[in-house]
Design a protein around this ligand. Structure first.
Ligand code: NAD
Ligand code: UDP
Ligand code: UDP
Length: 331
């Protein structure tokens, strides 16, 4: 493949057969932007466990040092407080780019990380989102669907930012030969999820634990498909290591209405939890469910943890963080 960049880092897996027999193969050097966040910190755990050296780049905007503190003191772990909107010089083999609260970070931060990937010949993985499909007119969503996004709506900053990030990644791939990977992530939940970020699973779980009513927006008939974080991390690693650019949908096809989700939360935490209806937000997608045929066929990946198995693991982490006095990092 003439596009494949030349890797020039001694000791990485990419030096493959050139390592003399008898010498221990060193791990890769990997950057995880947003590595102190929910998904990033679980990914970091897997990479460190695999023997790689990991540099977390995070400005702690929504992430938290607690999520990675258990790696402090490990010589294969580094934490850099840095905003990816500013350029960054590093020497690495792979970049998992997860940092992203809002559009400016998506566009400028992604551009910088692609520039870094181009300069050092690193592989680059973008964590895009199912939101690129907007309020989809196709169901379930296949990667070939171009989406239905309102460019001037209240949520378009995030959606359009990720769409632009995908465009930039493909331009760097075609124009500069950067080996890119694009994941379109569907709603993901699990331990270490931000407690007060307003997302539906974290809201319902925190509300049920605090004996508050579960707030269902709109009529509660809108659907989402919820993926447990370990399934996602497995998919991200397979995508990075594989040969395919993507985009790949990474999500659990199990589809639930918000009322059904509320019911599962009641069954798991408190059968007496009340439900309270609230007005829905503007431009809320009516349905969302991934078609994961492509990831199954090309990455050999599919999620293994159904909602009723995953939710209890998140609940015990939330219970500890809300009521417990000792820190739990969800490991
Ligand atoms: P998160 O907020 O827990 O993690 C994002 C991390 O990025 C945080 O640690 C934050 O501090 C850091 N960050 C934000 N802006 C930064 C900046 N400018 N410079 C450096 N660091 C910065 O979110 P998450 O749920 O772990 O999401 C990770 C990625 O997956 C994101 O790109 C998100 O868009 C994508 N994604 C997540 C979901 C989901 O359901 N969790 C769904 C679709 C896509
Ligand atoms: N960049 C970076 N680290 C690097 C290389 C580049 O942060 O190691 C940034 C650089 O500052 C620029 C962006 O990535 O803002 C895009 O870089 P590229 O070289 O592709 O574009 P150019 O600088 O040629 O416009
Ligand atoms: N939602 C809800 N109650 C809440 C928070 C969210 O009913 O307390 C609904 C929201 O209107 C949306 C769905 O749950 O229809 C998923 O929302 P979330 O923000 O978790 O994810 P996204 O909309 O980004 O898929």
């Amino acid at each position: 493949n003439p596009r494949r960049p030349v890797y020039r880092f001694a000791g990485s897996l990419n030096s493959g057969g050139k390592i003399p027999l008898g010498l221990k193969r060193k791990g890769l050097r990997i950057v995880v932007t947003g590595g102190a966040g929910f998904v990033g910190s679980h990914l970091v755990d897997r990479l460190i466990a695999r023997g790689d050296s990991v540099i977390v780049v995070d400005n702690f905007f929504t992430g938290n040092k607690d999520n990675v503190m258990h790696h402090f003191g490990n010589p294969r772990f580094e934490l850099i407080r840095h905003d990816v909107v500013e350029p960054l010089l590093l020497e690495v083999d792979q970049i998992y780019h997860l940092a992203c609260p809002a559009s400016p970070t998506n566009v400028v931060g992604t551009l910088n990380m692609l520039g870094l990937a181009k300069r050092v010949g690193a592989k680059f993985l973008l964590t895009s989102t199912s939101e690129v499909y907007g309020d989809p007119l196709q169901h379930p969503q296949v990667e070939t669907y171009w989406g239905n996004v309102n460019p001037i709506g209240v949520r378009s900053c995030y959606d359009e930012g990720k769409r632009t990030a995908e465009t930039l990644a493909m331009d760097y791939h075609r124009g500069a030969g950067v080996e890119v990977r694009i994941a379109r992530i569907f709603n993901t939940y699990g331990p270490r999820m931000c407690i007060d970020d307003g997302r539906v699973v974290s809201n319902f779980v925190a509300q049920a634990l605090r004996k508050e009513p579960l707030t269902v927006y709109g009529d509660g008939k809108q659907t989402r498909s919820f993926q447990f974080v370990s399934d996602l991390v497995e998919g991200l690693m397979r995508l990075m290591e594989g040969e395919h650019v993507g985009p790949f949908n990474l999500g659990n096809p199990g589809e639930f209405t918000m009322l059904e989700l509320a019911q599962v939360v009641q069954e798991t935490i408190d059968p007496n939890a009340k439900i309270e209806f609230r007005p829905n937000t503007e431009d809320d997608p009516h349905k969302r469910k991934p078609d994961i045929t492509k990831a199954k066929d090309l990455l050999g990946w599919e999620p293994k943890v159904p909602l009723r198995k995953g939710l209890p693991m998140m609940v015990s982490d939330f219970r500890q963080r809300i009521f417990g006095d000792h820190k739990d990092n969800g490991a």
